[in-house]
Structures are given as C-alpha cells and as structure tokens.
Design a protein. Structure first.
Length: 199
C-alpha cells in the first residue's frame, strides 16, 4: 500500500512551532499519511552514523549546477555501486520533466528500487495544470505495484533559501490553497484509478 503525504512548503515557509502546527493540522485535515520536513542543514547530518535510516538516491537538476545523479539510470547505477539495502531511488516529477525523455521508462527501470516520489508540476505549482504526463507516471507506478511514499510537492510557501535554490521567480499557483483543493484530489484520482491503494 502506497502512502500519500506532502512537503511542508504546501503550508508554511518556516519550520518553527507555528509553522509545524499549521503543516501538521493541514496534513491531518487533508487526510494525508505523513509530512516531508526539509532538512535544514544537510551537512550537519551524519548519514553514516544512522545505519537504520533509509537513504534516497535522488536524480535532480538544480539551476545552480550539475549533480552526481541526474537520471533514473544514474540512480540505478549508484544503487548497484553502493550495494546497501537501505539505499533506494527517489524520483521527482519536476526534475524528470527536465532530465528524462518520459515518465514511464524511469519508473519501470527502477522497479522495486523506487520507494519515494515527489509529485510536482512542471512549474512546481498545482499538479494537473502543467506539462507532467501524469497518466504515464501513474500507469508505470501501477505496473511496478508501487508501495512507497508519494509526496505532493508544491512550493506555494517556500522559505527564502529554497526560493533561491529552486529558482522560484513567481507565484506557482493562483492561490496558496490551490494545490490542496485541486492538485491533491487530482493525484488521488490518478492513483486510485489505477488500483494504487493509498494508506
């Protein structure tokens, strides 16, 4: 059974007590299974000391420069090289729209190695309003019997650091509630219409 969550930027730009409360109550009201909380300072986090942690290999492209892994093929090769059971693939539809030739083949290539997917529109706004080929993505997820985590990622409330890092130059939706009001039901319909059971 797949679980459905959302990035905290759907509700708040600030991860303080007030922002945490807004995000947690919003996620509960939306019937989500979990919240993705961004790690403020990844350099300070020692992954090696946390052997029980699941470590994602995330293909991505940031406007500021290249990364070690930019495609699902690269993630697949990296997982082979690392050879540890706690390393898995994390795809992001925003980055797939730029780096991949489509949405189906990367999912099929990774198969059971794919355990986490950011569901973000081509402009980081409301899913279903841009260029992401959602049918291809969800058809492939159903084909591999995906049972990992699906995450609504829309930067309607980005923090200042994220705004710069993600090259956000404008509002990504008509209003801050649009991703929850329209995008979340759209994603649920796509998943459930293909027999993907959401937690």
């Amino acid at each position: 059974m797949a679980s459905l969550g959302a990035h905290t930027a759907v509700w708040t730009a600030c991860w303080d007590e007030e922002g945490a409360e807004r995000a947690a109550s919003g996620a509960a009201a939306a019937g989500l299974d979990f919240l993705e909380i961004p790690l403020g300072d990844p350099v300070a986090f020692d992954v090696a000391s946390t052997r029980s942690l699941l470590v994602p290999t995330r293909p991505s492209l940031f406007m500021t420069g290249p990364h070690l892994v930019n495609t699902a093929a690269g993630a697949d090769e990296m997982i082979d090289c690392v050879g540890e059971p706690n390393v898995f693939a994390h795809l992001d539809t925003f980055h797939m729209n730029v780096e991949e030739k489509g949405f189906r083949e990367p999912v099929l290539r990774l198969g059971e190695r794919l355990r986490y997917v950011h569901l973000s529109e081509s402009d980081r706004g409301t899913p279903g309003t841009g260029n992401v080929r959602w049918d291809d993505l969800f058809d492939a997820l159903a084909e591999i019997r995906f049972d990992g985590r699906l995450v609504l990622e829309s930067f309607v409330h980005p923090d200042p650091d994220m705004t710069s890092l993600a090259a956000l130059w404008r509002d990504v939706s008509r209003d801050p509630e649009e991703p929850l009001r329209e995008g979340l039901p759209f994603l649920r319909e796509k998943a459930e219409g293909r027999g993907l059971t959401l937690g």
